[in-house]
Design a protein around this ligand. Structure first.
Ligand code: UDP
Length: 342
C-alpha cells in the first residue's frame, strides 16, 4: 500500500508515519514545510519525503495522489488563538487548499482519509457527541473563532456530497484533544502567546515559572486522548480493506479522560514539581484566572464541554483507547522535560 501524507511533520502526521514504518510494510510519500519531527522516519527505505508547501507544490501533489492508494491531507491550522487572529488564513489553508486535494481524490478515484475535528460539534448540548446524530452548534459571525469549525464542517459536507454524488471513497475522523510528545513547540515568545494548545501552553509556563492562566475560571472540560491511542485507531481505519468504513465518520477520543482545565493545570504543575529534573527550580508557576477577552480577544467564544461517543469506533473499528489521563499527561510532560534538558 502507498499512502500520501500531507503535513507529515505535524503532530498527527509524524506520529502516524513513525508507527506505520515500525509496524507495516506500507510506503509513505510525505510533504511538509518542516522536517524537525521526522528524525525517526527520514532514512527509512519506505519513507519518501519532500520539503514543500502544499499551496505551491501542486504538480507534485497531483502526481502523488495519482500514484498512491490512500490520501491523508493533514495540513491545517488547529490552534484557537489563530482562529481569532487570522481567520482568513484558517479558511484559505484549512478549507480552500484542502478542497483542491479532495477534488484530486475524486478525479483519480483515490481513498481519502480526512481529519474533521471535534470542533465541528461546537456548543452542541448533547452529553456525548454522536457522529451521525448530534447537531452542530456554532456562535455568531463576529465571534470569528468559529471559522475553523465552519470551514471543517463545510468540508465534511462537501466530502460527503462527493461520496454521495460521485462515488468518492472516504472516511472522516474527529480527534478529541489529542496530546502527547511533539504536540506543539514550547514558546517563551509573548507574541505567540496562546498559539499552542492548552497542554503545551501550560508546560511552557511551567518551564518559565510564569503563571498558568485559566481562561474564564477554567471550569470548561475536555477529554484528553493520548496520541498513541489515536494513531492505533487511524491505522485500523487505513487498513480497512473491504470498504466497511467507507462513507463513515468516527470520533477518536477518550471519554474516560475528562477533566476541567483547572484540574489539568493542577495535575501538570504537580507532575512538574515532583519530577527529579526540576529540583533546581526556586520558583514554580502560580495558577491564575484571566478573562478570555484579554487572553484571546473579542472574537473568542468557548466550548464548555466536549465528550465523544466512541460507540461507533468500538463497534465498527474494534478500537478503544487505553491510556488514562495521568499517564498521558506524564508521558507528554516527560517528553518535553527530556528534550529541554538535552
Ligand atoms: N485555555 C486556558 N489557558 C490557556 C490555554 C487554553 O484556560 O493558556 C483553555 C481554552 O479557553 C479552552 C481549553 O483551555 O477552553 C482548551 O484549549 P485548547 O487551545 O487546547 O483547544 P480547544 O480544546 O478549545 O480546541
Amino acid at each position: 500500500m502507498k499512502i500520501l501524507i500531507l503535513g507529515v511533520n505535524g503532530f498527527i502526521g509524524n506520529s502516524l508515519a513513525a508507527r506505520i514504518l515500525e509496524e507495516k510494510d506500507w510506503e509513505i510519500y510525505g510533504m511538509d514545510i518542516r522536517n524537525d519531527k521526522l528524525e525517526g522516519c527520514i532514512g527509512n527505505k519506505n519513507f519518501h519525503f519532500v520539503e514543500g508547501d502544499i499551496s505551491i507544490n501542486k504538480e507534485w501533489i497531483e502526481y502523488h495522489v495519482k500514484k498512491c492508494d490512500v490520501v491523508m491531507p493533514l495540513v491545517a491550522i488547529a490552534t484557537p488563538a489563530t482562529y481569532v487572529r487570522e481567520p482568513l488564513k484558517v479558511f484559505e489553508l484549512d478549507f480552500e487548499e484542502n478542497l483542491a486535494i479532495v477534488r484530486l481524490c475524486v478525479k483519480y478515484k483515490k481513498r481519502l482519509i480526512f481529519p474533521s475535528t471535534s470542533e465541528v460539534y461546537g456548543m452542541c448540548p448533547d452529553k456525548e457527541f454522536n457522529e451521525d446524530e448530534s447537531p452542530l452548534v456554532l456562535g455568531p459571525i463576529r465571534k470569528q473563532r468559529w471559522i475553523y469549525s465552519a470551514s471543517k464542517q463545510l468540508l465534511d459536507r462537501v466530502i460527503w456530497a462527493y461520496g454521495f454524488q460521485r462515488g468518492l471513497k472516504f472516511t472522516l475522523f474527529r480527534p478529541f484533544n489529542w496530546i502527547g510528545p511533539k504536540l506543539d513547540e514550547l514558546t517563551s515568545d509573548p507574541e505567540k502567546e496562546g498559539s499552542s494548545r492548552v497542554v503545551t501552553q501550560f508546560i511552557s509556563s511551567l518551564f518559565l515559572s510564569e503563571p498558568i492562566r485559566l481562561v474564564d475560571g477554567g471550569m470548561q472540560r475536555r477529554c484528553f486522548t493520548y496520541v498513541d491511542d489515536g494513531i492505533e485507531c487511524l491505522i485500523k481505519i487505513i487498513e480497512d480493506r473491504d470498504g466497511r468504513l467507507n462513507g463513515e465518520i468516527f470520533n477518536i477520543g477518550n471519554p474516560e479522560n475528562e477533566a476541567t482545565i483547572k484540574d489539568l493545570a493542577h495535575k501538570l504543575r504537580e507532575l512538574f514539581m515532583n519530577h527529579p529534573s526540576t529540583k533546581h527550580y526556586k520558583k514554580h508557576s502560580e495558577i491564575i484566572e484571566v478573562y478570555s477577552k484579554e487572553f484571546y480577544g473579542e472574537g473568542y467564544q468557548d466550548i464548555d464541554f466536549r465528550v465523544p461517543s466512541i460507540k461507533k469506533a468500538k463497534e465498527m473499528i474494534g478500537w478503544e483507547p487505553k491510556v488514562d489521563l495521568d499517564t498521558a499527561l506524564r508521558k507528554t510532560l516527560e517528553y518535553y522535560l527530556e528534550s529541554n534538558l538535552k
